[in-house]
Design a protein around this ligand. Structure first.
Ligand SMILES: Cc1cc2nc3c(=O)[nH]c(=O)nc-3n(C[C@H](O)[C@H](O)[C@H](O)COP(=O)(O)O)c2cc1C
Length: 324
């Protein structure tokens, strides 16, 4: 399949693996790229720029296909060493950066200078237009369904994607709720030129997370996620578990007086225990509603092959058949 996204990134299939904290290591990124998609290493999971440089080198040993690095710009008090991470990306010869969070404008000149393509993840049309205006090459349009941070507008992809198509000139992928060939065909019909997946890629054989995480996704239905941190205007979609319930209870008790410190024990620094040790109740963790569509733990190659063959059959047979 050829779209503006496959052309832009030099990949075979219009499928991207979104950056995921403590999931997006070299093993997963390389597996996605080797299967013809675009794998992405999560920059900030590497504690220092030196460690990111090593992770990029490790990924390059596992694939000769293009892969990217996610840089999430957080509104944190103690800012990560972003200049160092950007330098590691450039020195490592990476050609795609997925930015997310705050406006990436200040980093665009140096990334562009190095010939790097930038895809910015946005949850609204206005932010997507801003990203286009500052020179981003593509957008990942992240609907309300998504695992992680869906923003505060709550617009699902059935509305958000065609709205993005009406406004944007640069290509975009659909992100949030994407799982299979049906998702890809629907995304293309709504104006996207590919799709980005997070939760679906976490439940694959190569995802370097504890098996308990994969089994929790397989066991979950589309009813099993919750939105937390809305009162802090930092909404996150997470899987329901006792830690999630404790956060929501705190939010109900404290109302608008809530501060991050009140929920920090359930939220801050819990990912290594969950993703690596499989302590599923150690805290909250991002998960999309798409868990309801995930019933197996295939290899990345099997997943991408099945998405593409299902999408091609849907277009060539089911949809074309309706016109005959
Ligand atoms: C466990 C997990 C961790 C994530 N961490 C990040 C992150 O660090 N930076 C980021 O930009 N997006 C992050 N995301 C969002 C994904 O990149 C992607 O946009 C999202 O998962 C898409 O929705 P889906 O889960 O329905 O496919 C994360 C998602 C999950 C599920």
């Amino acid at each position: 399949m050829k779209t503006r996204i496959t052309e832009l990134f030099g990949i075979q299939h219009p499928i991207i693996q979104g950056g995921m904290h403590y999931v997006g290591f070299a093993e997963l990124a390389a597996a996605v790229s080797n299967a013809g998609g675009l794998g992405i290493i999560t920059g900030l999971t590497q504690k220092t720029p030196e460690l990111l440089a090593k992770e990029i080198a490790r990924c390059r040993e596992m694939t000769d296909k293009p892969f990217g690095v996610n840089l999430t710009f957080l509104p944190a008090v103690n800012q990560p060493d972003y200049p160092g991470y950007v330098k590691a990306i450039i020195d490592g010869g990476v050609k795609v950066v997925e930015t997310a969070g705050n406006n990436p404008q200040q980093w665009l000149p140096v990334l562009k200078e190095a010939g790097i393509k930038v895809i910015h993840k946005c949850t609204s049309v206005r932010h997507a237009l801003k990203a286009e205006a500052i020179g981003c090459d593509a957008i990942s349009v992240d609907g309300f369904e998504c695992g992680g941070h869906p923003g505060e507008d709550d617009v699902p992809n059935f509305i958000l994607l065609p709205r993005a198509a009406e406004e944007l000139k640069i290509p975009f992928v659909a992100s949030g709720g994407m799982a299979d060939g049906r998702s890809l065909v629907a995304a293309l019909a709504l104006g996207a030129e590919g799709m980005n997946m997070g939760t679906r890629f976490m439940a694959t054989q190569e995802a370097p997370v504890h098996d308990n995480v994969k089994q929790a996704i397989v066991a979950a239905s589309e009813l099993d996620t919750r939105l937390i941190m809305r009162p802090l205007r930092n909404t996150e979609r997470v899987l329901t578990n006792p830690a999630t319930e404790r956060v929501l209870q705190k939010e109900r008790e404290l109302g608008s007086a809530i501060a991050f410190a009140d929920i920090a024990p359930e939220v801050a620094g819990v990912y290594p225990r969950i993703m690596q040790n499989g302590e599923m109740e150690a805290g909250v963790w991002s998960c999309g509603m798409v868990a309801g569509l995930i019933n197996d733990v295939p290899s990345v190659q099997q997943l991408i092959d099945s998405i593409m063959s299902q999408a091609e059959a849907l277009i060539a047979e089911r949809l074309a058949g309706m016109l005959r």
